[in-house]
Design a protein around this ligand. Sequence first.
Ligand SMILES: Cc1ncc(C[n+]2csc(CCOP(=O)(O)OP(=O)(O)O)c2C)c(N)n1
Length: 713
Amino acid sequence: MASTSSDRVLRPDAGRFSDSANILRALAMDAVQRASSGHPGAPMGMAEMAVALWHPIEGGHLRHNPADPGWADRDRFVLSNGHASMLLYALLHLTGYPLPMAELQRFRQLHSKTPGHPEVDLTPGVETTTGPLGQGLANAVGMALAEKLLADEFNLAGHCIVDHRTWVFAGDGCLMEGISHEACSLAGALGLGKLTVLYDDNGISIDGAVDGWLRDDAAGRFAAYGWRVIGPLDGHDIAELRAALGQARQDDGRPTLVICRTTIGRGSPARAGTAKAHGEPLGADEIAATRAAIGWPYAPFELPPEVVSAWDARPAGAAAQQAWAARFESYRRDHPQQADEFVRRMAGEPPRDIHDTLAVLMAEMVRSGDAMATRKASQKVLSVLGPLVPELIGGSADLTGSNLTDFPGCGAVRRGQAGGRHINYGVREFGMAALMNGMALHGGLIPYGGTFLTFSDYSRNAIRMAALMKRRVIHVFTHDSIGLGEDGPTHQSVEHAASLRLIPDLDVWRPCDATETAVAWARALASRSRPSALLLSRQNLPPQTRSDAQRLEIARGGYVLSDRDNPRAVVLATGSEVSLAMAAQRLLDDRGLPVRVVSLPSSSVFDRQDPLWRRQVLGQGLPKIGVEAGVTAWWGQYGCAAALGVDRFGESAPGPEVCKHFGLTAEALVGLVEAAVRDADALDAEIVARADARRGASPEAPCQPVAEERHDD
Ligand SMILES: Cc1ncc(C[n+]2csc(CCOP(=O)(O)OP(=O)(O)O)c2C)c(N)n1
């Protein structure tokens, strides 16, 4: 059970402070003090847990090589309670990662390698960006799952090249977050036996002693998920912790939770065990008192060399990596192709014949000239890509038959079974998104997962984290508008496309037919440092006709799909509304008003194109009208004079009826275009009239041609 304030009596600590833990404690309180901001309490409370896992002599459980943070078979460590970042930075510095003391002294400063919360790719040794509580834990479940999938795929008789563990530190906050339930329940169901979570059970969160709002029986809760639970144990007893972690390493097919009873801010006479230790510098006087209490006579950032050298994990790390390299060489001798494939996969390189694959795919899509829902087109894409891109690992949050994320022969991922390529995440959208981030961070896999677009809100912060971390994660969001019909407003997306487009570095694709769907998939696959969201229709959409050149232009995110001589307006459309724009164009032809139709499957990709391309596509000086079955304000960014869309929640009825009810029709679009052209003409006339008025002049007679001056040389 989360320990309560009443059962938390501070133990007499005298004589129980070790230098190995104190060096972490001191670095944390001193760096926070220097930055005048940060969280000293959790690092000080988890110092012994860190020693038991990370210290090469006193702990020895974490298998890593600080000299090569990218070693494929390293253990992964996730600090899910990311506010304890100074603990991680101290560990990375002391064990020998390239993180010098100067960086610790610049904790939380601009462009330092020690930001407020750990950021992957910024600080060597940080495996994932944490801070949004609970997500690190879910990332770790994804990492452990990736390890299992890759081990199943690559370890061959007599050879074991994928064999590492995933370790997590998590606090009360992580376990209070709902995502911890989603991720840990699934980890239990899948039997991820190489995952170990150390729970910093300190009974304190920001608002105070947690017994007012957290009285879970954590041990019972995790046991019910199918986890092995160790503890509660004394989270400051290094020997006890070390033994527990040794037990956790005996894989019995269950993930392990080690409940560590700790005191937040341990060592600080006035702050230990209080919420004040959580997120405030201790202050100079209290730091002095803490130094005296824990027996640490050194000045701030002064580190005794013998304590520092005992922390150096490079020799043990190098030996571990060398042993693995020898195993890998033997694997290479026996299985050269698989060895090359493993290297390629871990490097995130595309398969060698990916271009041929994509060409086949495109031809297939163009050939199949039937009207097709883009979710169906996506499945067709997957049935081509799946067998040829083995790193694709799919899944759905219990909507496989609707999202169409599976493909023939993909097989389900199940406990104790190898070879599955499709994960039934259950109804756990946020968990799915965060697990996918973990798998992408681990490497060797490209995760994609599906749900209805409306439920992207459930996953939203994990989508944001994928973008922030620049990871290739592909979200398949189907049933993307009111066009889905009968399920009604709870399921009909209105604001979601626009809102996802607000996330920086996320490519949102809303393809209009099978061909655009294929290109969206190809781009998402090639997009190594960005997540993508594919917004797909439930309903059938007609195929559009394109030249070969136009097919290539789809990849630019926006292109002229259908033009007219001297167009008077430009209609910009996405997804299911492209066919509506094409119908409106035909109606306008009949009325003698030529318009251009631009298909804009991905605005972010389009916005990254060179200005010349964008100008060519959008036209200059022409009124623009946007159409998408969603909120209209979004079109403002393209300077649209008008937009056809849906600015309120939907209705439950058959899709075509709902669209008609909301005025999402070609006729309505025609009306808008005509009005926009009229307004533009009127505006032009008004501008001229105003200019005349400013000059106080009546319109001049038309200019007479002036005879050209002749210069005869
Ligand atoms: C999703 C999310 N919500 C809120 C916060 C703000 N926050 C940071 S730490 C914290 C309290 C966490 O309590 P606990 O895990 O017990 O940390 P400790 O007090 O032990 O340091 C909160 C609410 C956050 N980082 N992430």
